[in-house]
Design a protein around this ligand. Structure first.
Ligand code: ZN
Length: 68
């Protein structure tokens, strides 16, 4: 049985409906892809970003990671 392991960065918990939303830079400068589950996407009006593309430096610094 293969269950995809997904994580929602918005409510900081596991989710089976998480989809990539946006890139964000961590404090150490590492760029990470943030995932949000269906309820969080609906509540916050987030749009899934798929297929994921690399961040575009021309757009300026990446958005900070959301805090729960
Ligand atoms: Zn969530």
């Amino acid at each position: 049985m293969s269950t995809p392991v997904s994580w929602c960065h918005w409510h900081a918990g596991s989710s089976s409906t998480a989809l990539p939303i946006q890139y964000a830079a961590r404090e150490d400068g590492t760029v990470v892809l943030l995932y949000a589950c269906a309820p969080c996407r609906e509540q916050r009006g987030l749009t899934p970003r798929w297929p994921p593309r690399p961040p575009e430096p021309a757009l300026g610094p990446a958005a900070p990671a959301p805090r729960p």
